[in-house]
Design a protein around this ligand. Structure first.
Ligand SMILES: [Zn+2]
Length: 212
């Protein structure tokens, strides 16, 4: 059964640990590459992740104010319906605020993907674009901006004895990851949306038709 209901208050349980390192930037193949201290990177992963490199507050964002005649649609399913729709790993991440393994299969696939759009793996809402992806070497897909801001919302996450900004799908309230700001990445926003790859569904941009 599918219910369209007002957006519910997001839970803040669960953790999402992001690794954040990187200095010096260069672009290759349209995707920004960041040179990092790989040994530091590995060490921090083994230690269970790291903290944001700098502490800089990010303003919480509710979904963008809806236009006067438009209402943000939301998707609410039962736990059984979510389990039927998602893989066990997707359920753990999206519905239980879990975190996929760093540098895992989804991250490898993300790095190999070309132009296209990233939809929510739970509900199909448009979330991110390949235009905004960059390689932060953190072990999870990174974007510097959402593609469709009204489908992405942020909530304060105080789990684990620290305050971070959790990123959720505004349509199905699925946990996507966290966003960090002011880490020094040479992107237009200096924000890093650190997103679980299994929470996304990649749709490649159609190839341009060949000229006759
Ligand atoms: Zn969603």
């Amino acid at each position: 059964m599918t219910l369209i209901t007002p957006l519910s208050q997001a839970g803040t349980d669960g953790r999402h640990v992001c690794l954040c390192v990187g200095r010096g930037h260069a672009y290759r193949g349209g995707v920004k590459r960041v040179r990092v201290n790989q040994s530091l990177c590995l060490a921090l992963v083994l230690l269970g992740g790291c903290e944001q490199r700098q502490s800089q507050p990010i303003t919480m964002t509710a979904p963008e104010p809806a236009a006067a005649n438009a209402t943000q649609q939301t998707l609410t399913l039962t736990e059984a319906e979510w389990r039927a729709r998602l893989s066990p790993e997707q359920f753990r991440v999206l519905r239980e605020a879990g975190t996929e393994r760093a540098f895992g299969k989804a991250y490898e696939e993300f790095n190999s993907q070309g132009a296209g759009t990233y939809l929510c793996g739970g509900c199909g809402a448009e979330l991110f674009s390949s235009n905004h992806k960059f390689d932060s070497h953190c072990g999870w897909p990174s974007f510097y901006d959402p593609a469709n801001a009204k489908n992405v919302r942020t909530v304060e996450d105080n789990t684990g004895g620290r305050t971070r900004v959790e990123v959720r799908c505004a349509v199905c309230d699925g946990h996507l990851g966290h966003v960090f700001k002011g880490e020094g990445f040479a992107t237009p926003t200096d924000q890093r949306y650190c997103i679980n790859g299994v929470a996304l569904k990649f749709v490649p941009k159609p190839a341009a038709p060949k000229l006759p």
